[in-house]
Ligand binder design. Structure first.
Ligand code: HEM
Length: 216
């Protein structure tokens, strides 16, 4: 398993796999299938995949720890960038087909419709994360500051879930399912942080072995 996950081919295969949802969106148009509402079809598919990739990205660290597979970290950046990629497609669909790039209309919508405000926030938060996802930016910011900045992915995921919940009128099962997943992943991180804090406190409470008490 460790060799499989370390292979460059596995990463390449995952990259291709991450493009399958895009192919599934394009395919009916190439195939000239009848789609009753093409805009809705693209908007929903890209929105769904943005959220799915966000959740998958957040799952990497807990899975890595639970399964003792440190190699999984190799895929996290790529998965996060795919969340951003599908988010860009989702947002572009809205800007282009829904609002015809009219800044006044867009601003009015972001300001007046809470579910759009939340979607906008969820997407905007991903921009600095995508920009600073390179090794150069990790070096420039320093590991600690980079990690703090990248916690924004949780805020983005929470905003995305509320965006989804607010836009559906009755079928709330799916947004609630995503809310439970994001809640669980957040709880995992909080639990991990509390455990780390307790361990540090315990380590500090153990009396230091100075030369004097070591001799006793
Ligand atoms: C991280 C960012 C975002 C995520 C994860 C996300 C997710 C979603 C999801 C899951 C859906 C519903 C899909 C379905 O019903 O199957 C959706 C629909 C939608 N989203 Fe987003 N979204 C994001 C950002 C945005 C932004 C920035 C805008 C526009 C400013 C936007 C506008 C819309 C619209 C107009 C719909 C369709 C609403 C309808 O059918 O009435 N979203 N989004």
């Amino acid at each position: 398993m460790h060799r499989f996950l370390s292979s460059k081919w596995t990463k390449a295969a995952l990259f291709v796999l991450c493009l399958v949802p895009l192919a599934a969106v394009i395919w009916p148009f190439v195939h000239r299938d009848t789609i009753p509402n093409p805009l809705e079809f693209i908007q929903h598919a890209t929105g769904d995949w943005t959220l799915r990739f966000l959740v998958i990205t957040l799952t990497v660290t807990p899975l890595r720890q639970l399964l003792h597979l440190p190699e999984l970290i190799r895929f996290r950046r790529m998965l996060g960038l795919f969340a951003f990629f599908y988010g860009c497609l989702h947002f572009t669909t809205y800007l282009w087909f829904d609002k015809l790039f009219d800044p006044h209309e867009i601003w009015k919508d972001v300001y007046k419709r809470p579910f759009i405000t939340l979607g906008f926030l969820a997407f905007t938060l991903l921009i600095p994360l995508a920009i600073t996802s390179t090794a150069g930016w990790i070096r420039r910011l320093g590991g600690r500051r980079w990690r703090i900045l990248h916690r924004a992915i949780y805020v983005s995921a929470v905003c995305a879930v509320i965006h989804y919940y607010w836009l559906v009128k009755s079928a709330v099962i799916r947004p609630l399912f995503y809310a439970a997943l994001v809640g669980l992943l957040l709880a995992w991180r909080v639990g991990e942080w509390l455990l780390r804090r307790r361990r540090t406190a315990l380590a500090n409470a153990v009396p230091q072995r100075t030369p004097i008490n070591a001799a006793q």
